[in-house]
Design a protein around this ligand. Structure first.
Ligand code: LRH
Ligand code: MN
Ligand code: MN
Length: 424
């Protein structure tokens, strides 16, 4: 963890300027009828989960260039996640991926307690074969033509639930790589029927207070067809399974021009928005840092979430899902968590009464400008003040660099191999 005194002294040096900027923003917002303290309170209460797999350096299909001090296993990963939360105060939970993060639940709980972290949704993995695994997922998992493979995949998911129950998780996220690479290779309908049967078996093993989040993805690793390819199929799955089943929207899993915020609105309207994997992309499932390519789109997604506000039972899981190839993953995850908070704060200051009026009056230009007015507002002082008041860093990246955490763990952790490509 980072030395508290170091965070304190860095904050002290920046505090006077921050207070002046916060007060100035408070006056601007108050002229617009917005109470800055209320926004700050909501931002302070907000949390986005970090993916355990995001703290290691990712790779492409071609290569992986590891950084220094890569986490060697889940306990190192949790240490890194602890640092992210200590500095930002924005990431209280970690989302585990099994079997990558499989460990004794007592040890996981002890480590999480020590770091002040909790666990978010469990993620199953039937898109890779693991050492010692009886049957291969080469031709699919939950939708495989062979019943024995499907059963193995179902069992794995139930195992994730069992582990999750012991560490305080209440959701299972299922993403599969099933699909086909050639026209004719798979019978679309029979394949989807098999998937639904398997999903129902998982659903049947879900505790009452759990949710099953199914994640769609347009393509990859299957390139011709994908079983759970879009939000329409995902909605059918959630509808077919029952109330505990909802859809997970990963921002990178859509065709480039798809209107994701509208998908979000549709799923909210029908009670099926279960959660997010935040990231950003230019071409496909690039898993780039959240808001690094299109911050406006992230804002528009949050605009829908805030608009849905207090809809009863509306509680989507918020997670990052990223792969960091050329940056320090801890820095990228801190930045991304702060970008998510920023989009949330900007969405909170949208003048919703005015927007509604412009929508009803068909004033397209002013409706758009109303959103832009919020998006153009620099809410950084709100985020910084929320962090200062929590004892986190006003400037997490600067504090992290000053603390020399990466060099410290590089000296303690074994060097990780370059390897030939990664899956995320
Ligand atoms: C698939 C995905 C899914 C996986 C993660 C590693 O592209 O987004 O969420 O579990 O990446
Ligand atoms: Mn994802
Ligand atoms: Mn993905």
């Amino acid at each position: 963890m980072i030395d508290k005194d170091m965070i304190g002294s860095a904050n002290q040096a920046a505090e006077a300027d921050l207070r002046a900027e916060y007060d100035a923003l408070g006056e601007t917002l108050s002229r617009r009828g917005v109470d800055i303290e209320a926004i700050k309170g909501k931002v302070a209460d907000y949390g986005v989960a970090v993916p355990s797999w995001g703290v290691g350096t990712g790779g492409t299909r071609f290569a992986r260039f590891p950084g220094q001090g890569e986490p060697a296993g889940i306990f190192d990963k949790l240490d890194d996640c602890g640092v992210i939360h200590q500095l930002t105060g924005a990431t209280p939970r970690v989302s585990l991926h099994i079997p990558w993060d499989d460990a004794d639940p007592a040890d996981l709980n002890a480590k999480a307690r020590e770091l002040g972290l909790g666990f978010d949704a469990m993620n199953s993995n039937t898109f890779q074969d693991q050492e010692g695994q009886a049957l291969s997922y080469k031709y699919g998992s939950l939708s495989h033509t062979d019943k024995a493979v499907r059963e193995q995949a179902v069992e794995h998911n139930l195992y994730c639930v069992e582990l999750g129950k012991k560490i305080g998780s209440t959701a299972l996220t299922v993403w599969i790589g099933d699909g086909s690479n050639f026209p004719g290779q798979s019978h679309f309908t029979r394949q989807f029927e098999r998937y639904l049967d398997s999903a129902k078996a998982i659903y049947a093993g879900l505790p009452d207070d759990w949710r099953l989040l199914t994640e769609h993805k347009i393509f990859e690793p299957a390139f011709y067809s994908t079983v759970v390819q879009d939000w329409g199929t995902n909605y059918m799955i959630a509808k077919e399974l029952g109330d505990k089943a909802q859809c997970l929207v990963d921002l990178g899993h859509h065709a480039p021009t798809v209107n994701i915020e509208m998908i979000v609105a549709r799923l909210i309207q029908f009670g099926k928005l279960g959660g997010f994997h935040f990231n950003d992309s230019k071409y496909g499932d690039d898993d780039l840092d959240t808001a690094s390519i299109d911050p406006y789109r992230l804002f528009l997604v949050f605009n829908e979430l805030v608009d849905a506000g207090d809809t009863p039972g509306f509680d989507p899981a918020h997670m990052l899902d990223q792969s960091h190839n050329v940056t320090d993953p801890i820095e990228s995850l801190m930045n991304s968590a702060m970008e998510v908070q920023r989009a949330y704060a900007q969405a909170l200051i949208v003048d919703r009464a005015a927007l509604s009026g412009y929508q009803d009056g068909n004033d397209a230009l002013m409706a758009s400008e109303t959103l832009k007015a919020a998006f153009r507002t620099d809410v950084t002082p709100i985020l910084q003040m929320a962090r200062l008041e929590k004892g986190c860093a006003i400037d997490p990246i600067a504090a992290y660099r000053k603390a020399g955490y990466r060099a410290k763990v590089a000296a303690e952790r074994p060097e990780s191999g370059a390897g030939g490509g990664g899956i995320v």
